[in-house]
Design a protein around this ligand. Structure first.
Ligand SMILES: [Zn+2]
Length: 403
C-alpha cells in the first residue's frame, strides 16, 4: 500500500500519528551509521522524508524507537529503527533542526539554480546537500566572479522580498503551460514547487513556506568537476555559522600578523616579502661563512703521504647547501678531496679537485652499499643521503679509509 506522504502538503508537520502496517527485521543496512539489529517499518502515513532528489533523509522517533534512516521503496516509505514496533497506532516525531536545515538549503538551491539560469543561461545538472557543504553543478561556460556574485545577490533579493513558496499539482502539460523549468516525462499528476515570480520546478522534496525562511544565501567557491562547474553555497544557519567561522579565522590571522582584520592581506604580503629577503641574505651569509671556514680548515690540514689532502668533516645544525658551499671552496685547491656529512638529515657530499684523480661517484656508491642510503654524481662531485643520519661519522670513516 502506498504510504501517504504528509510532507507533500505540509513540510512543517513535525509530529504525527500513524498506523504501523509492517515491522520486519532489516536485512540490508544502507547507511554507514546504521547499527544492527534494525527493523524496517512501513506506516500508513508519514512525515519522515526519505533520501531522494539530492536531499538526505530525516531522523527522529517512532514511539520509543529511534529512526536512523528513511528510504523510498516504490510507493512506500521505509523507516529503519533500532527496536521493533507493535502493530497499531504510533506517534511519530521528526528531528526538526536537521529537517529545517535541509529545507533552507534545498529551497535556497531552487532559487540559486533559477538565478543562474535566468541571468546567465547556466542550467543546473545536479544538486548535492551534504553534512557540511551544498553544491550545484552548472553546465556551460565557466561562471565568472561577477556571475557568482550576481546570482548570489539576485537570490538574496528574492529572499529579502519574502515571497511565498507554494506547492502546485498538475500534469506535465499543465505544468509546462505554467512555465515549469524542467521537462518531465512522468505520467499522471506531478508535484511542483513555485517561488513566486522566480521559479517553478517539479520536485518531491521539502521546502520552506516563504523565501524569508531561507535566511540568507552565500555562494562560496566554484571549481571545475569533469565537464561542469561545481558551485558551493550555504543557506540560513549554515551561512551564519560559516560567516562567523570565516571572521574568527580572519581575526586570528590578524592577531598573528599584529594588524587589523582588513589589513591581513597587505600584512601577509609584507611578511612574505620579508621572509624572501631574509632567506636571500641568510643564503649569502652561509656562503661567506662556509668560505671562511673552508679556508681555515685548508690551512690546518696537511697533505698525506701520497700527496693528497683529505678534508673530512661532520657538520651539525647546518642546511645541506652549507656543505655544498664548503665543498666548492675546498675543491678549488689542487690535490684536495672533501668528504662531508651533515648529521641533521644524513647528507653526504664527496668532492675533489680534478687533480686528486679519485672517483667520488664510485666512493659514494661503496659507502652507501655499506651503510644504506641513496645518491649519485660524477667523478668530481657526488651527493647522497644516508638511510640513518646517525651513521654520518661512520660514513666518513669508511670514505677516508677508501680514498
Ligand atoms: Zn525541491
Amino acid at each position: 500500500m502506498a504510504t501517504h506522504r504528509l510532507y507533500y502538503d505540509d513540510s512543517f508537520e513535525k509530529e504525527f500519528t500513524a498506523k504501523v502496517l509492517a515491522c520486519d527485521p532489516a536485512l540490508i543496512l544502507p547507511s554507514p551509521e546504521a547499527k544492527a539489529p534494525a527493523w524496517e517499518v512501513v506506516l500508513d502515513r508519514t512525515a519522515f522524508y526519505p533520501t531522494s532528489g539530492g536531499q538526505p533523509h530525516d531522523i527522529g522517533k517512532l514511539g520509543d524507537a529511534n529512526v536512523f534512516d528513511v528510504r523510498d521503496d516504490g510507493d512506500e516509505v521505509v523507516h529503519l529503527v533500532d527496536q521493533p514496533l507493535e502493530p497499531g497506532g504510533v506517534q511519530g516525531c521528526i528531528h526538526w533542526p536537521r529537517r529545517f536545515d535541509h529545507m533552507q538549503q534545498h529551497t535556497g538551491q531552487h532559487l540559486l539554480s533559477a538565478m543562474f539560469l535566468e541571468r546567465f543561461g547556466l542550467p543546473t545538472v545536479s544538486f548535492h546537500l551534504g553534512n557540511e557543504i551544498c553544491t550545484i553543478d552548472l553546465r556551460g561556460p565557466e561562471p565568472t566572479e561577477l556571475m557568482l556574485e550576481g546570482a548570489e545577490r539576485a537570490a538574496n533579493q528574492v529572499i529579502f522580498e519574502d515571497r511565498p513558496v507554494a506547492v502546485r499539482y498538475g500534469t506535465a502539460d499543465q505544468l509546462s503551460q505554467l512555465g515549469v523549468r524542467k521537462e518531465v516525462e512522468r505520467e499522471g499528476i506531478l508535484r511542483a514547487i513555485e517561488i513566486e515570480a522566480a521559479d517553478l520546478q517539479p520536485c518531491g522534496g521539502t521546502h520552506v513556506k516563504r523565501t524569508g525562511q531561507i535566511g540568507t544565501l552565500l555562494v562560496r567557491r566554484c571549481a571545475k568537476v569533469r565537464q561542469d562547474w561545481r558551485v558551493e553555497f550555504f543557506c540560513g544557519g549554515r551561512a551564519e555559522r560559516s560567516a562567523r567561522h570565516d571572521f574568527l579565522q580572519l581575526r586570528q590571522a590578524a592577531e598573528k600578523l599584529s594588524c587589523a582584520p582588513d589589513e591581513v592581506l597587505s600584512a601577509a604580503a609584507r611578511a612574505l616579502s620579508e621572509r624572501d629577503a631574509n632567506f636571500k641574505s641568510l643564503r649569502a651569509m652561509l656562503e661567506r661563512l662556509a668560505k671562511v671556514e673552508a679556508t681555515l680548515t685548508l690551512q690546518a690540514t696537511s697533505f698525506g703521504p701520497q700527496g693528497i689532502r683529505i678534508i673530512a668533516r661532520v657538520f651539525e645544525g647546518v642546511p645541506a647547501e652549507y656543505l655544498t658551499f664548503f665543498a666548492a671552496e675546498i675543491t678549488k685547491s689542487e690535490k684536495t678531496v672533501a668528504v662531508l656529512a651533515g648529521t641533521d638529515e644524513g647528507n653526504l657530499h664527496f668532492a675533489q679537485h680534478p687533480s686528486a684523480g679519485k672517483d667520488m661517484s664510485a666512493l659514494l656508491k661503496q659507502v652507501l652499499e655499506k651503510l644504506g642510503g641513496k645518491g649519485g654524481g660524477t667523478r668530481d662531485f657526488a651527493r647522497g643521503k644516508l638511510a640513518n643520519p646517525t651513521s654520518a661519522q661512520q660514513a666518513l670513516d669508511a670514505a677516508k679509509s677508501l680514498v
